[in-house]
Write a protein that binds this ligand. Sequence first.
Ligand code: ADP
Ligand code: ZN
Length: 809
Amino acid sequence: MIARVIVDVTTNQTDRLFDYLIPAPFQAAIVPGVRVVVPFGPRKVQGFVIEVAKTSTIDAGKLKPVEQLVDIEPPLTRELLLLSEKVKESTLSFHNTALKVMLPAAMRAKYKKEAMIHPETAYELVAKEIKRYFTSAEAVLDWDELLKKAGDAEKRLLLKALKEKTILVLPKVGTQGKKKKQTLVHTVRSPEELAQLKAALPANAVKQQDVLQHFIDRPEPVPVAELLEAVRGSRSTVKALADKGILCLEEAEVWRDPYEGRHYERQASLPLMEEQRQALEPILQAIDGEYHRTFLLRGVTGSGKTEVYLQAIERTLAKGKEAIVLVPEISLTPQMVTRFKERFGSDVAVLHSALSMGEKYDEWRRIREKQVRVAVGARSAIFAPFENLGMIIIDEEHETSYKQEDAPRYHARDIAIERGEYYQCPVVLGSATPSLESFARARKGVYELLTMEKRVNDVQLPDVTITDMREELRNGNRSMFSAALIAAIKQRLQRQEQIVLFLNRRGYSTFVLCRDCGYVAECPHCDISLTYHRTTHSLQCHYCGYTETPPTRCPSCEGESIRFFGFGTQKVEEELKKILPDIQIIRMDVDTTRTKGAHEKLLDQFGRGEGDILLGTQMIAKGLDFPNITLVGVLAADAMLHLQDFRAAERTFQLLTQVSGRAGRHEKAGEVIIQTYSPDHYSIQDVKSHDYLSFFQKEMLLRKQAGYPPYFYVTLIHVSDTDLPKTIEVTKKITNYLRSKLSPATKIYGPAASAIPRIKDRYRYQCMIKYKVEPYLTKILHEVVQTYQGEMSRSDLSIVIDTNPYMML
Ligand code: ADP
Ligand code: ZN
């Protein structure tokens, strides 16, 4: 038998299948999707088995054998293997890169496998050849070492024993220590049955009744220690119920549950508002009818989109299927997670970057081993290895974080639709401010548009006031707060209501400038100004990490008028305290949320009313739902407008709408004050009038005129090298080549220096393609990489192609 393998070597020449012989002992164990170690030239490398074939076109005598098995069970399903080919094609990435992105980080690292006698096997009955290694029932051995030591016959025996579950092999990841074992208590009886059994117990069996009540309220399995603590009972109570066959006790491996120790009260689904009901209906039809359709759910902030998601998932689970929910990393707030846990309990796995590598891996395994049916996570959760997928939801679908900026440069939305087609299941894209691409598609009928214009319970959208900071300056107000904002804050303090103060930091940073000569401190390796960090009193480059101490004299004119411009959250806090000394500020930014759980702790504090103001950057813009917030203030609203990015206006509108949506979500009315230097810009005016459609129309017109998405597709080719003339020359060649190959209607721009012309001492040039139809583009771009990367193979020239760029730098 032959294994056809993609090796983990990232070069053009190796990006194809290689054939290896499968040695007899591995015959049953090697299936598509497992990873193996194979000889590759003088080295040994890891690889993915893509196919298993009977014969090879290459002479058997020339084939080398697979050396080692990395996985016991294939981590990648057949569907994901197929998907990896599409990802490779559409993003022009290497196949190994497309495969690896689907695995949790822990699996990309090296890990050990521990072998032991299976706990369900009686040691006495184990064959003596195996007992030779496992000298006791408790022995734990390194599986790979063991296979290396064993002869062929023994190897076969060991693998057979593994298959027959005589021995058990478990992966061991990270430094989290050994897998713990624990006794779990669970019941197969329904709550109704339990209620009957409880009623039938003698009146003095109080503890037994308590235990049953516990399972009536929370049917999921619970560790015995936790149960005993909850009911203040003893082991004998549980044992008595187990003896009666009502409860079952089971030794189980303990998963590292990142949400351990927290209780989630079960929440039943809410009776829907009329608009929610109308939005949900067609989704339920697709679930019941088992067909694929992409829905775009545009619902204003607070319209109850999450409840629609939850009920769609309920129906999916009732059909015995699984669901993936994507949320942007920053809105994976405890509040959001809680809503899913409360509805689906232990059926949910959560994947986000705040988890340790081991925790993430465990959550991933819970999906792969079918212990959960709902996965909630950021971008990469779109690859959750479910095999009976019934629903994919992307919340805040307009978020740019759904696009991966490293290879493979995929967009989660495209992957979702690909998987939705494969499983014939609906995909729901939700947002208050859909991306222009998605909304345009919905208008053309490619997606089905669902709309919710009203907030739940007819709560009004907040009043938005725009204050012109130029006007403030003219009136002699030099502070960073407008008079209107200060007045509104004072009013809230009096009424004991809460305030969110949002500082838009993207595209805005503190830099050092000499007032006399105009000198700006720049990174010596990148053509970009350095950012001042107050906490460490240092100047840093955000691209390469270069750090220096801020100058006290201007290095250029020797003058002493060096000033720090711009402001951060700390500065805002200080300034506000000068005006309102007694104010309680909870500041949330990268500095205050660095430690694990800090984010949640701060939000809890704010929720309990321990602060008047929640002050923060992008991380407080979404997902917050606190009834006492009645004022949202936005500082530097237009900071993003001036980025060199055709989506700058769209992103400004989306962010401002999002953050405004935090105000007045419940009984108390909300107000928003937006401070800006561009009060007339449509992206800011349309936030005031809560008018997505108006914004959409204006922005579409501009995109049409400038030839940008969604009217045209854009592909960016980045070329970089340490040698400037070579960078320009290669970019020029590529541009000419494309001009000769692509249709005359297609526009090709370049070679042009990138917006940041040098990063880490590498010069950067680019070529941009704008096109409507170009059926052979992928093939042509492949040729570009082959030709020009290949030609320069011994230099450090790099060509990066982004077929759907979100970062125009
Ligand atoms: P969105 O995601 O659209 O901004 P949410 O899903 O956060 O809105 O809902 C806003 C608030 O309304 C939440 O507090 C939620 O619990 C509540 N809510 C949603 N649907 C209903 C409903 N049908 N009845 C009562 N409250 C609801
Ligand atoms: Zn730098």
